[in-house]
Design a protein around this ligand. Structure first.
Ligand code: COA
Length: 211
């Protein structure tokens, strides 16, 4: 005799009908409001090149996101010393809510290759997880490509950057000057085959060493 299995939700253990009954209307409304406000934010948000008038706000966004002034200070130093750099802000209703910076890095043995390093990047805590960071990454990669850079490296969360095409750097046989977990150092080519055959170690601007 075949036993009829009751389908259960794998997270709650509830059966289909129980699961339907257990849905909390207040939570559903809360989720809907969050989705709608995220969509409105993305529609109204502007991503643009940073201007001098943004410097104080950019500093504040970095301090708020990282809860330390180290990255904010790094941004100040890169702005002063790195050339060229890409510094973009996300603005909502005239207020800077996010920032991203790219500065040139070098690959040992391949000094002619134009490669950018992504970072720091920060989104105000109140605006995180609504797509602002993703919009900044995409805009920054496009800007770096316009400037003629062929690849971008990043040291960061392995759950976040692959969605923009980044792969772990061992895929390219490229290492990082800092001792970091292998899956946190990632690379994306902006020109297909740009890093073909290139091996070596990525060196960041010396200011990164102070963070
Ligand atoms: C990382 C950061 C810039 C992302 O900005 P964001 O606007 O929240 O990003 P988005 O909304 O576009 O994307 C959300 C994704 O970011 C990732 N993410 C966001 N905050 C994260 C955190 N604190 N830890 C790990 N991953 C995080 C998640 O993968 C998330 O995906 P999910 O929503 O599917 O779970 C922002 O969270 C931030 O400023 N964090 C503090 C500073 C920092 O860590 N900077 C990055 C250094 S590499």
């Amino acid at each position: 005799m075949k036993l009829r299995q009751r389908r259960t939700n794998r997270w709650t253990g509830a059966t289909g009908s129980e699961f339907r009954r257990k849905r909390d209307p207040a939570k559903l409304i809360g989720n809907a409001v969050a989705v709608i406000s995220a969509v409105i934010l993305l529609v109204l948000m502007v991503i643009r090149l940073e201007e001098q008038k943004d410097w104080t706000a950019v500093h504040s966004v970095n301090v708020a996101a990282f809860r330390t002034s180290a990255e904010a200070h790094l941004v100040d130093v890169l702005r002063e010393q790195a050339r060229p750099y890409v510094s973009l802000v996300a603005e909502d209703n005239g207020i800077v809510i996010g920032h991203i910076m790219f500065s040139p890095v070098s690959l040992t043995g391949h000094s002619a290759l134009s490669i950018m390093g992504l970072g720091p990047m920060a989104v105000s805590p109140a605006h995180q997880r609504r797509g602002v960071g993703s919009a900044l990454v995409r805009a920054g990669l496009a800007r770096s490509q316009e400037l003629g850079f062929g690849a971008v490296v990043v040291l960061g969360c392995p759950g976040f950057y692959p969605r923009f095409g980044f792969s772990t750097s061992d895929h390219f046989d490229i290492g990082c000057e800092y001792e970091v977990p292998a899956d946190t150092f990632m690379v994306v080519e902006l020109q297909t085959g740009f890093l073909r055959g290139a091996t070596g170690t990525i060196k960041y601007h010396s200011a990164f060493g102070d963070v």
